[in-house]
Design a binder for this molecule. Structure first.
Ligand SMILES: [Mg+2]
Length: 198
């Protein structure tokens, strides 16, 4: 029986276009603060082990963390969060449907980032598990093992819901979680309705 619903954040609950929008400003800030050319920045990223992601950009939070510029990063992120609407439709509907269940967030983002979004929209969940808690990303089984330990979960009673086949399905299912791979939160609404939870 499912008692716990664990949601991915990026592109599941929030729209990541915010990161594309702030990206030029983040790169400009890094180059200015560290006096780097484009080429030197690429070299630094390589040395620090920050890869270019599938969307063709660095994860700007990871890059700033590795370069010691988190304060500057959050100045930019907070400014953008204030004015850009990022919450996906249906988040409140889904949360309301899950009233009485344990609901958590498992994200590759940093704790501070996740909390900014939750605060902006007044969202309350039972737990938030982040990159900071795991010390790695969701594509490693150790991430999920640490989540199980920290939140004292029985993975057989949990369902992980997200948009990334590896992060949100293949890897968590290796340690026993049920998973639901989605493109849109509407699919979660159907899933819950089919389960006849209410
Ligand atoms: Mg995602």
């Amino acid at each position: 029986m499912i008692t716990t619903y664990i949601f991915d954040l990026d592109d599941t609950l929030i729209d990541t276009k915010i990161y594309a929008k702030m990206y030029p400003e983040v790169l400009k800030m890094i180059k200015h603060k560290l006096s780097l050319s484009d080429f030197e920045l690429e070299q630094e990223a390589k040395i620090k082990g920050v890869p270019i992601e599938s969307h063709g950009r660095y994860d700007s939070g990871d890059l700033c963390r590795e370069l010691g510029l988190l304060g500057e990063y959050y100045e930019i992120l907070e400014k953008h969060i204030e004015v850009i609407d990022v919450l996906h439709d249906k988040v409140f509907d889904v949360l309301q449907m899950l009233h009485g269940f344990k609901v958590g967030i498992a994200s590759n983002s940093m704790q501070r980032t996740i909390k900014l979004y939750l605060k902006k929209y007044g969202i309350n969940v039972n737990f938030v598990f982040s990159h900071d808690d795991a010390g790695c990303k969701k594509n490693q089984t150790v991430y999920w093992k640490k989540l199980i330990e920290k939140e004292k979960l029985n993975p057989l009673n949990c369902i992980v819901i997200g948009d990334n086949p590896i992060d949100d399905s293949v890897i968590p299912s290796k340690v026993g979680f049920k998973t639901l791979l989605i493109k849109d939160l509407c699919e979660v609404v159907s899933y819950i309705n089919n389960k006849n939870l209410h």
